[in-house]
Design a protein around this ligand. Structure first.
Ligand code: HEC
Ligand code: HEC
Length: 194
């Protein structure tokens, strides 16, 4: 008899678990469906001004959403979009996007600039954006990110520095010792990863 009860409880447990999972994934797929329109299948964007968000570090995803929602981080469309989501929904979406594999779609880049950029990267960026920025380190994955988006993001750091004190200082230092063209070379270096 006791064995039967255990079996029954086990069976109910399975059903319960299944139901909850199904409920979460229905909610989740509803949430992320409205993002992938712009950010691409599972968060790998087909570009060019919309960033890939697949493989983004979980806490950076949450921070980015909260900061764009509050206006602390500048944005064109995300500030408005982010306001539609609760903290809980943002956490759910963070679980999803941070665990998706990145698909890097080919994009045009200048090979000469990318080559020069590699040298600059070694000197100025490698310490924090490790393995060519291919993996999550201190920031979102930037290797293979869309070149036009990288350009926008870097200019945000430079001219709206409050959104990242770290990057604002680094870019100021970088420009002082190099040039606008060198920054473009770095952008092509990161964009060349496909
Ligand atoms: C209309 C197109 C559009 C939709 C829909 C959209 N995004 Fe975005 N997203 C953008 C653009 C463009 C940016 C760059 C910031 C800006 O200009 O708003 C961005 C930036 C982001 C970033 C910052 C990435 C980084 O590298 O720091 C995150 C995170 C993000 N979006 C998440 C989402 C989520 C989650 C959804 C769905 C709820 C979503 N987006 C829906 C266009 C969109
Ligand atoms: C001292 C560490 C450090 C160094 C060195 C550094 N970065 Fe960053 N970078 C960061 C951090 C931290 C972030 C996350 C944004 C923030 O500060 O909120 C970031 C973010 C970025 C982003 C935006 C990623 C995204 O999707 O939102 C880009 C692009 C970037 N860095 C490029 C560079 C380049 C190019 C260099 C070399 C000139 C560089 N970084 C050097 C720490 C660093």
């Amino acid at each position: 008899m006791q064995g039967h009860i255990f079996k029954l409880l086990f069976f109910l447990g399975m059903m319960w678990h299944g139901a909850v999972t199904a409920q979460i994934s229905a909610q989740l797929s509803m949430l992320v469906n409205s993002c992938v329109v712009c950010h691409g299948t599972n968060g790998s964007s087909v570009g060019p001004a919309t960033p890939t968000i697949a493989g983004m570090r979980r806490f950076l995803f949450v921070t980015a959403m909260q900061d764009m929602k509050s206006g602390k981080r500048p944005s064109t469309v995300m500030g408005i979009i982010a306001q539609a989501y609760s903290n809980n929904e943002i956490e759910l979406m963070a679980d999803f996007f941070s665990t998706q594999k990145i698909v890097r779609y080919p994009q045009k880049f200048d090979a000469k600039k990318a080559q020069k950029g590699k040298v600059l990267y070694e000197q100025y960026c490698k310490g924090c954006h490790n393995i060519n920025g291919r993996t999550q380190s201190l920031s979102n994955v930037i290797a293979g990110q869309w070149i036009p988006y990288l350009r926008i993001r870097l200019s945000e750091f430079r001219y709206q520095g409050a959104s990242s004190p770290v990057m604002a200082d680094i870019l100021e230092y970088f420009i002082q010792n190099n040039s606008e063209d060198s920054l473009e070379e770095l952008i092509h270096f990161y964009g060349s990863h496909q």
